[in-house]
Ligand binder design. Structure first.
Ligand SMILES: Cc1ncc(COP(=O)(O)O)c(C=O)c1O
Length: 377
């Protein structure tokens, strides 16, 4: 059953519908002018020389790892408190994911935990800007430089966020973005890669298109590649969404601030910080934490009560090392992630989207208070 107040909702206007319809009236549905236009607009927004549109954020991560020639024997440090695709992309290339613990404030990889995880086999960091909050880039980039590590920035949840007034996705060697419908901007399914290095970019363009390099004809494949292309329809949607990004981010910041004030005096609930030094947040989801003092299963009870009341909510994130798919992975056996485990057991994502009304936000808050009260009785 669909919740009355969903967890997330895309924001599609007549302009997007018009743009998509126009593409459908042409003969060019893939590898056409909208692809170039979307990539140019995305690169331009970030002031980066190269943007490569792909079929998903997962595809973007996979191509990044492959283009950096990371593989068997190479260790890549990443958070466990994130979406599973981040570790999966590492495993696709048979490299080893090494999980770092998180900072309890920004929920991103803690530089001290990253440093402790570095070994002579470490080749790269995947810095995820979780929930749209930029990671501590000064400390993490300094570590990467000191140990000569490649940096993949996973900005799938953080388009438009800044650290020291610099957009996320412009710090590392390669950055990835995602446009699933729960994201700040959507193409239905889709992703984007940013990078500065022209050779890396050319390789990723070939890899997304079955290993075809410029000058190759349709049945000429220079290396093992994939079909990770993004359709013209999706690109047309993305172009319009990108023009609306600033207003979308402003709307989301307003919704987050409204929640924070509604939830301010509720005991046992910790709201996310609205501001952090040197950073602007691109609100992806709105996630509260329940107090550590509550019984261990409280979050899951609250989740069920809210869902029964027609309110969409979720556990963001279920740590990767606790997923059945990673149960027997050697990286799980060595993972020591007390902060990740403590926080992940207490997080609750509430309905969050551009048009969430103040009435609905008040209803969610009321239902949350009631659920906690009920459990305390
Ligand atoms: C941090 C992060 N990386 C990667 C992805 C994967 O993106 P996609 O679902 O488009 O494959 C997501 C998607 O939610 C994500 O949140």
């Amino acid at each position: 059953m669909n919740p009355r107040i969903p967890l997330s909702a895309p924001d599609i206007t007549e302009a997007e519908i018009e743009a998509v319809t126009q593409v459908l009236r042409t003969n060019s549905l893939s590898l056409g002018p909208k692809l170039d236009e979307f990539e140019s607009a995305f690169a331009g927004y970030h002031q980066m020389p190269q943007a490569i549109a792909v079929s998903s954020g997962t595809a973007a991560l996979h191509l990044a790892i492959r283009a950096l020639n990371l593989g068997p024997g190479d260790e890549i440090i990443l958070p466990s408190f994130t979406f599973i695709a981040v570790a999966n992309a590492v495993c696709f290339e048979r490299a080893t994911p090494v999980f770092a613990d998180i900072d309890p404030i920004d929920l991103n990889m803690h530089p001290a935990s990253v440093e402790a995880a570095i070994t002579p086999r470490t080749r790269a960091l995947i810095i995820v800007h979780t929930f749209g909050v930029p990671a501590n880039m000064d400390a993490l980039m300094a570590l990467a430089r000191r140990h000569n590590l490649a940096v993949i920035e996973d900005a799938c949840e953080a388009i438009g966020a800044t650290y020291n007034n610099q957009l996320v996705g412009t710090f590392g060697d390669i950055a990835t973005f995602a446009f699933y419908p729960n994201k700040q901007i959507t193409t239905g399914e889709g992703g984007m890669i940013l990078c500065r290095d022209n050779q890396l970019a050319q390789r990723m363009r070939a890899l997304r298109n079955q290993g075809r390099y410029p000058g190759n004809h349709w049945l000429q494949h220079q290396e093992l590649g994939y079909n990770y292309r993004l359709s013209e329809i999706a690109c047309a949607l993305g172009i319009v969404q990108l023009t609306r990004l600033e207003s979308i981010l402003a709307q989301r910041a307003t919704v987050a601030a409204r929640y924070n004030s509604l939830l301010a005096n509720i005991p046992d609930i910790e709201c996310p910080p609205l501001q952090l030094p040197h950073r602007t947040i691109s609100w992806f989801v709105y996630v509260v934490q329940l107090a550590e003092t509550l019984p261990a299963d409280t979050r899951d009870h609250v989740l069920r009560l809210l869902q029964n009341a027609g309110i969409g909510c979720g556990r963001y994130f279920a740590p990767i090392h606790q997923q059945p798919a990673y149960q027997h992975h050697p990286s799980t056996q060595t993972a020591h992630l007390p902060i990740t485990e403590s926080i992940a057991a207490r997080t609750l994502a509430l309905p969050f989207y551009n048009s969430l009304s103040s009435t609905d936000a008040a209803e969610v808050t009321q239902a949350l208070m009631q659920a906690i009260d009920e459990l305390n009785q």
